[in-house]
Design a protein around this ligand. Structure first.
Ligand code: ADP
Length: 331
């Protein structure tokens, strides 16, 4: 539904994006992540036909963004980071105006405005002046204008920025409901938001795509060993040594004393949880919790854009691949 091929954009001597390629299939909801200045807005501006790339091409629904920009724009509902709203208009008047601009037939405008007003929960403020609305409602009006004429593609740039926690929950819920019948590209720097809403992420850094996959698949790629956290009551150091002797355990790390928390790094190809549980029970401690520690989207993101080591979830251990050399580390 969206296809970027080798997109490159230079602002004078500055390359904003270079050779950016990705595909988003119909019905997919994809998060677009990157630190400030990474090139997200530049990519979005090209996809929404606001400016041409220096090189490469972008297609939406099989149509070239340069050659068929009018048709492409018809297929995209765009919520920019700073929504341009007419503050002196009422919500209803503004949405009717957007419907007119988007070419909704005159006889259908009332029905279309009612539809997006309902979808975005704006019924109670439909006759209010936009300038007097809260930031949360203004954001809903922004989303409502993007939904007019029911475009199949939605491009949402930082949709929850500047909202309070309640408003954030509401807008996220709204976007989740829209997933049903739209292809969505959601740019955000709030990683839990992307993890919650999107099935796949595109990570851009310094103008280049550095990863594209589901958070789960990225974890699998980046995390070379599995980590399991055990919370027990009893002798942590003794148990750490007992666990360290198990076949397949690479390293045991005593993370906390009260209650005792041990992080056991294991061979990824084997599920050692039953063996760890049995060893704890045989050793005579009370096992309070046993949990796999996964890399969060935040860990993945930090690793890809800053080259920081994967401290919490994954491949941190150096030189401990050989079980015979299992180490027990106290911290
Ligand atoms: P993001 O949206 O991820 O923060 P941008 O696409 O806005 O990133 O910017 C990418 C790079 O291009 C940055 O280095 C930025 O400073 C530069 N840039 C963006 N817009 C312009 C512009 N109009 N003129 C010159 N440089 C720009």
């Amino acid at each position: 539904m969206i296809e970027a091929r080798g997109l490159t954009k230079w602002y004078g001597p500055v390359p904003a994006i270079q050779d950016v390629s990705f595909e988003i299939a119909k019905g997919e909801v994809v998060g677009f992540l990157g630190p400030n200045g990474a090139g997200k807005s530049t990519t979005i501006r090209i996809l929404t036909c606001f400016m041409p790339p220096t090189a490469g091409s972008a297609m939406v629904d099989g149509l070239d963004c340069l050659e068929n920009s009018l048709e492409v724009r018809r297929r995209i509902g765009y919520l920019p980071e700073n929504v341009p709203l007419y503050n002196e208009m009422t919500v209803r008047r503004f949405l009717s105006f957007v419907a007119q601009v988007k070419g909704v037939p005159w006889k259908d405008i009332g029905r279309e405005v009612d539809r997006v007003t309902d979808v975005c929960g704006l019924a109670s403020v439909r006759n209010r002046i936009i300038g007097n609305l809260s930031k949360g409602f203004r954001q809903r009006v922004g989303l409502a204008q993007a939904l007019i004429n029911n475009p199949p593609v939605l491009i949402l740039d930082e949709p929850t920025i500047g909202l309070d926690p309640t408003q954030i929950v509401e807008i996220r819920k709204l976007i989740q409901d829209l997933r049903e019948d739209h292809t969505v590209l959601l740019s955000s720097h709030i990683l839990p938001e992307v993890a919650q809403i999107c099935r796949r992420v595109l990570i851009i850094n310094k103008g280049r795509i550095v990863a594209t996959d589901t958070p789960g698949a990225l974890t699998a790629q980046l995390q070379k060993s599995a980590k399991i956290r055990l919370t027990v009551s009893g002798d942590g150091t003794g148990l750490a040594h007992a666990l360290g002797r198990l076949d397949g355990v690479l390293q045991v790390h005593l993370e906390a004393d009260d209650p005792v928390r041990l992080v056991v790094e294991t061979d990824r190809s084997r599920d050692l949880r039953p063996a760890l549980a049995r060893t704890a029970v045989d050793y005579g401690v009370d096992l309070l919790e046993l949990k796999t520690v996964d890399l969060s989207l935040e860990d993945i993101f930090m690793h890809l854009v800053t080259e920081e080591p994967l401290e919490h979830g994954g491949a941190v251990a150096e030189g401990v691949q050989d079980p015979a050399r299992t180490e027990v580390m106290d911290s």
